[in-house]
Design a protein around this ligand. Sequence first.
Ligand code: ADP
Ligand code: ADP
Length: 236
Amino acid sequence: MLEIRSVTRRFGETVAVDGVDIQIAEGEMVGVIGRSGAGKSTLLRMINRLIDPSEGAILFKGREVSSLKGAALRRWQRDCAMIFQQFNLVPRLDVLTNVLLGRLNHRSTALNLLNLYSREERIQAVAALERLDIAHTALQQAGTLSGGQQQRVAIARALMQEPKVILADEPIASLDPLNAKVVMDSLADINAREGITVITNLHTLDTARRYCTRIIGMARGKVVFDGAAQALTAEA
Ligand code: ADP
Ligand code: ADP
């Protein structure tokens, strides 16, 4: 479904991602692990076009993502939802409005400016919050929630996009173990029940082993391991 073909990304002298080839099938739950600076974040950002490769191509269902423009690009950025380490909510807006922002790429700019969401969209947003057990926070300012709650709001916002792929960049790196578990359980549940492909950067092998069916190990921009979680031994 998703194919990363000989992709390299340079930042000046730095080669952040170096000739990476990866193919991901629909419904996989993939953990990307590696030290800080290994290129994990750059890889995810290239998939949803926050940045572009210096060389190589990224294809989704056979279409080259890097050539998408305008409406087709918005469509792609709606199909692949992104979750960040620092949640990236709008802290002064209430939780429900933050979740509705997942609809941005579904709508015309005028509707967005007017802040017009349909009754169905509001019902869907509340359902997403209920699913993540945080519906009671719907009218609170997002910035006042705990980190674990904020990340669940970000997941609800991602669900509002009705994505095919969720890209999570260190989703639990800022959370305590209990909240980390809740967030990873939620991502695994969404993957299992909805069949949404999940690709998540993680900095601990343990978490990747527990939740992911496939682990990709990166070091200095290259893929150094790619296989089933059980196959990964400590020295890798
Ligand atoms: P990871 O997510 O594995 O920590 P990154 O993809 O963030 O790794 O970074 C890989 C390398 O690319 C690092 O050396 C980092 O400093 C560099 N890098 C990432 N983004 C930029 C950028 N916008 N400008 C310059 N260098 C960058
Ligand atoms: P992480 O290690 O969590 O992947 P970083 O802290 O390395 O993230 O990077 C955070 C942000 O800074 C990213 O947007 C990344 O692209 C950018 N960045 C990373 N390294 C550099 C760099 N050397 N020069 C400029 N921007 C960078």
